[in-house]
Design a protein around this ligand. Structure first.
Ligand SMILES: Cc1cc2nc3c(=O)[nH]c(=O)nc-3n(C[C@H](O)[C@H](O)[C@H](O)COP(=O)(O)OP(=O)(O)OC[C@H]3O[C@@H](n4cnc5c(N)ncnc54)[C@H](O)[C@@H]3O)c2cc1C
Length: 291
């Protein structure tokens, strides 16, 4: 397994911002993953994992860590009865495709989530009334402490939250799905994709939702819209004119530009609604939020 240096995180995040990773590797098996972790430990480097980088803001000055993106066997998918076994680096799109081929439903909600199995488990990602906790049976978590299979309860899955630490790697997952006619799966996916296209920017560089929805009637997006945030711009980062809880990279944005927009958005919502918005997007590296 090759260890690269200076790989720009902008290439590994959907928003397209972020400086270089001190070291970068693509382990393709659990053995390679353990070797990569040992390599980092020997050099006193932290280990961080990126999936598709679809909910990540990486520091502009780069990240002083060994950054991993799971590949090979750790990005593979196989179906066994009603279990779908995926590597932590398997994309949701491939998992959904394999499930549909096998006539298994339950993961349709993930069609709107452009991430990986490991990223989904870490974030307890969800949409349209479902989330990872509804399908996950167990996940293989690997770190300097060794590896163990953890249940959703042990992973502490809650709304867009888990107990997975930044240094832990979700190497594999198992989903329990259920038989469903392929035509029904296709029809639901088409419906969800159309709903998403109608309300959110799907052809722009974003990192999905900036903030979690607070408890109560008003979602974060609606609050931000009522604060007049749509279209606000810092540098080349813009609050999406389509959905106020999304930031778009209009070309050449930096993570710092995004942070400025986030800080101002939080301030406005606190001022107008007395609500402290909680960040959903994850920071990688030393990203200073003006809080
Ligand atoms: C257009 C768009 C729409 C979106 N819609 C939704 C939505 O509807 N619902 C939703 O919940 N999210 C949504 N997101 C956000 C994002 O897609 C999800 O949070 C997704 O699960 C992140 O997965 P990822 O693999 O890209 O993780 P990344 O963004 O790469 O990483 C996110 C976090 O997970 C960690 N991580 C990633 N892989 C692993 C691993 N294998 N082991 C351990 N930790 C890991 C990272 O270190 C980081 O802390 C959207 C994003 C975009 C760009």
């Amino acid at each position: 397994m090759e260890i690269e240096t200076g790989v720009p995180l902008a290439r590994l995040t959907t928003i397209g911002t972020g400086g270089p990773a001190k070291a970068f590797a693509r382990p393709g098996s659990v053995t390679e993953l353990e070797e990569a972790i040992a390599w980092a430990v020997e050099r006193g480097l932290e280990v961080r994992t990126v999936g598709l980088g679809s909910n990540l803001v990486a520091a502009d000055e780069g990240v002083d860590a060994l950054v991993l993106r799971l590949a090979g066997d750790l990005a593979g998918v196989e179906v066994d009865g009603d279990l779908l076994r995926a590597g932590g680096g398997a994309t949701n799109a491939v998992c959904l495709h394999r499930a549909r081929e096998a006539g298994l439903g339950g993961i349709e909600f993930a069609c709107a989530i452009p991430g990986t199995a490991g990223g989904g488990a870490r974030m307890n990602a969800g949409a349209y009334g479902s989330d990872w906790s509804a399908i996950l049976v167990r996940a293989l978590v690997v770190s300097t402490e060794g590896s163990s299979w953890l249940t959703p309860e042990e992973l502490g899955l809650e709304y867009r939250h888990s107990l997975v630490r930044p240094d832990q790697v979700v190497a594999r997952v198992e989903y329990r799905l259920g038989p469903r006619p392929v035509a029904e799966i296709k029809s639901e996916v088409a419906d969800l994709v159309a709903r998403r296209k109608a309300t959110q920017p799907t052809n722009k560089r974003t990192f999905g939702s900036v903030f979690k929805n607070p408890p109560g009637e008003l979602g974060a997006g609606r609050m931000l819209e009522l604060c007049g945030r749509k279209g606000h711009k810092v540098g080349c980062a813009v609050v999406s004119p389509r959905h106020a809880n999304c930031i778009e990279n209009a070309g050449g944005a930096t993570s710092e530009d995004c942070l400025e927009l986030m800080t101002e958005a939080k301030r406005r919502v606190a001022e107008r609604f007395g609500v402290e918005l909680e960040r959903e997007v994850v920071f990688l590296g030393s990203v200073a939020e003006g809080e």
